[in-house]
Design a protein around this ligand. Structure first.
Ligand code: RIB
Length: 297
């Protein structure tokens, strides 16, 4: 049914603008508190639907509190299918975020309902119908693994390994595409040198994002390819990586090659950093296409 199923987290983002983030033991004064819909999973689902222009389902867990309504409204406003979002007694995930004057952020996540996400038969059926299944690591590992195992033959299981953590062998064997930033890549390989080629020993395809410098696309049997970044005025980098992942997944679901999908994802990520917030910063498919120099899907 859905071209893309995103299995992941949803958080309410509590954001404060600061000149610079506090050092350990230090207090700094910031601007007014903002409350935004966020969470890597929900952000990626919004990006796949809005910037990627494909049919998208979000599989995740929200609490029974008011922030859950904010998240549902944002997902639904973006056209994401939310019929498989579970409501779990207790708090919705919450992220405490600082955004510095250079647009960089710090993020601490209290997982709340995300930590209690489970897959039932309806979730598994929807995943089995998807062209691309996209997950991250703000939900339990066994749920990510179950999602990977539920995909149909020929579908792509993409893992954005964020936040970085050790992955068990069975997870490596279940991933078709790994998407990481440079820090996550070196955390996973634990050696210096070209992380993408090292990661290819464990997964068939890897995309390493390089912020404003674009990304490296590495596939077994081909030379790694550097896709140059598109320079943009940085306002807030929060969620730009999620926009990249959602658009990449949508491109693959539409049948683009990995390098072509990555080109669109770079353009979408570059547009996202020019706007504040995570889901609120996701560009439209038409904006992405014109920024990337092509036609909207
Ligand atoms: O990637 C950005 C996201 O990370 C934020 O929206 C926050 O909720 C955390 O999940």
């Amino acid at each position: 049914m859905s071209a893309v199923v995103v299995v992941g987290s949803a958080n309410v983002d509590l954001v404060v603008d600061v000149e610079r983030p506090p050092r350990a033991g230090e207090t700094v004064l910031g601007g007014d508190l903002r409350r935004n819909p966020g969470g890597k999973g929900a952000n990626q689902a919004v990006a796949a639907a809005v910037a990627g222009g494909v049919d998208t389902t979000f599989v995740g867990a929200l609490g029974t509190d008011e922030p859950a309504d904010l998240l549902l409204a944002s997902l639904q406003g973006a056209g994401v299918r939310t019929d498989l979002v579970d409501r779990i007694d207790g708090a919705t995930g919450t992220a405490l975020i600082t955004v510095s004057s250079d647009g960089e952020n710090t993020i601490v996540v209290a997982p709340g309902a995300n930590a209690r996400l489970k897959l039932g038969t309806p979730h598994v059926k929807r995943i089995a119908a998807a062209d691309v299944v996209l997950a991250q690591l703000e939900i339990p590992l066994d749920v990510v693994l179950a999602a990977a195992r539920a995909r149909r033959p020929g579908a792509v299981m993409a893992l954005n390994a964020a936040p970085a953590r050790d992955l068990p062998d069975e997870m490596w064997g279940a991933i078709d595409l790994l998407i990481v930033n440079e820090h996550e890549a070196s955390d996973l390989v634990r050696t210096s040198g070209p992380a993408a080629s090292k990661l290819l020993e464990r997964v068939p395809a890897v995309v390493v994002t390089l912020g404003g410098d674009g990304c490296v696309v590495a596939e077994r049997g081909s030379e790694p390819l550097h896709i140059p970044g598109i320079r943009a005025d940085v306002v807030d980098t929060t969620g730009a990586g999620d926009t990249f992942c959602g658009v990449l997944a949508a491109g693959l679901a539409r049948g683009l090659s990995l390098p072509d999908a990555a080109r669109l994802a770079c353009a979408a990520g570059a547009l996202a950093v020019t706007r504040p917030g995570a889901q609120g910063a996701v560009p439209t498919a038409a904006e992405v296409a014109s920024f990337a120099g092509g036609k909207a899907p």
